[in-house]
Design a protein around this ligand. Structure first.
Ligand code: C5P
Length: 405
């Protein structure tokens, strides 16, 4: 029997995107019951959702329906998952405080199924400590709350608050309904973010790595049952819940931390943007500013440890080592060379000059190359989804090595 998803739509501009989500769910033969708050009906008409979902849209706590004896209890009993998308600050606040003053908030209290909350709002509202503490409260009682995307919002402001891509919400729904646990019992070591190399006590050299890809990998591996150790250089991201998190500064520190943990890990993923050079000397005092524009400060740079290459040299049997190749030309050729020189099992290659790929984007366009020469190319996808396909490939390798044991 098909599963029923109750989709609660609240009054944010992103409500129109939920029409696509409902359509996607219907295509996969889910039963979808849409519940709208009064605010949501100002953005999209119930008729639109009724047409797409093929069912009466519920908007009124006091509405008599033939389907249910007591409407909010009937919906709550029928739902296998309740998705609130977009979830406004107001609605999140109501849920966090047990307020049930309309149909959707009443259903949210009555369900026993998992609840997925997808916040979307202006970034100042999202970052407001009251909203953040309400989100934390929901998480603490087991609600699944997605992080919004960063970007230009409908109000013209740029920052966190955009509704994640419909495809990402859809994948999250599938995972909640059928959680994959193919990394149970596995230890996964991931490095992420940009390393920073000091020049003097206040200045350092770094790069454009944001850590997003590695953090998505850590979150996905954790969700699929792995014990995850995330060793992170500089980022603006919060560590994903449930991972063992170690913050480092320089390439050398990252290397030392990786050496501490690599031996006990089944999978090692090097997604960090490790600085390739550092200053040969770090001044102990802050260098004074230039007297005039002609004054030069010539830095001498020396190499840093190639962490993956070193771990490749001491790789254990059945340990899977994954690297990234951010290239600007000859992507496949350079990636293949790295598989050999670093003793990798997989490399995730991308052309960082292409729009929607590489650093500081929420999406990536990757090709995964196996040690045996197999090549798999993927279209532009949100980084969460890229993380899922990378781990699918790793899981295949784990299965193969199990068969060979
Ligand atoms: O050789 P290249 O820097 O292009 O290789 C990229 C891969 O190697 C990435 O997976 C990166 O995390 C890793 N790397 C490393 N240590 C370095 C430089 C890169 O582990 N010093």
């Amino acid at each position: 029997m098909s599963k029923t998803i109750a989709v609660g739509v609240t009054g944010g501009i992103a409500a129109y995107k939920i029409v696509d989500l409902v359509s996607r769910l219907k295509k996969d033969e889910f039963e979808v019951v849409v519940i709208m708050t009064e605010g949501a009906t100002k953005f999209v008409t119930p008729l639109t959702f009724r047409t797409i979902s093929g069912r009466e849209v519920l908007t009124d706590l006091w509405q008599e329906t033939e389907r249910y004896n007591v409407q909010h209890i009937g919906v709550a009993e029928e739902a296998d998952l309740l998705v609130i998308a977009p979830a406004t600050a107001n609605f999140i606040g109501k849920m966090a405080h047990g307020i049930a003053d309309d149909l959707l908030s009443t259903v949210a209290l009555a369900v026993t199924c998992p609840i997925l909350v997808v916040p979307a709002m202006n970034s100042n509202m999202y970052l407001n400590p009251i909203v953040q503490s309400n989100i934390e409260k929901l998480k603490s009682v087991g609600y699944h709350v997605m992080n919004p995307d960063q970007g230009i919002l409908a109000c013209g402001v740029s920052g966190p608050g955009r509704l994640p891509e419909v495809e990402v919400i859809y994948q999250k729904i599938l995972d909640l309904l059928n959680p994959r646990q193919d990394f149970t019992g596995k230890r996964v070591l991931i490095n992420a973010g940009a390393t920073c190399e000091d020049i003097d006590p206040v200045r350092f050299i770094t790069n454009r790595g944001t850590g997003k890809m590695g953090y998505c990998l850590a979150e996905e591996a954790r969700r699929r049952g792995a014990e995850v150790i995330l060793i992170s250089g500089h980022t603006y991201l919060s560590p994903p819940p449930g991972v063992h998190f170690i913050s480092v500064w320089s390439a050398e520190e990252m290397y030392q931390q990786m050496l501490q943990y690599h031996d006990s890990c089944d999978v090692i993923i090097g997604s960090a943007a490790v600085s390739d050079y550092k200053s040969s000397q770090v001044a102990s005092q802050k260098r004074k500013k230039a007297e005039d524009r002609s004054e030069k400060w010539i830095l001498e740079l020396v190499g840093t440890p190639d962490i993956l290459k070193e771990l490749g040299k001491i790789k254990k049997d059945n340990q899977i080592l994954v690297g990234f190749a951010a290239e600007t030309e000859n992507v496949l050729e350079n990636a293949r060379k790295k598989i050999a020189s670093k003793n990798l099992d997989l490399i995730v290659a991308n052309d960082v000059t292409v729009e929607g790929a590489g650093f500081a984007t929420d999406t990536n366009i990757v090709t995964i190359i196996h040690r045996n020469g197999e090549v798999k190319s993927f279209p532009k996808m949100p980084k969460q989804q890229v993380a899922a396909v990378i781990l699918d490939q790793v899981a295949n390798l784990m299965d193969k090595s199990k068969c060979e044991e």
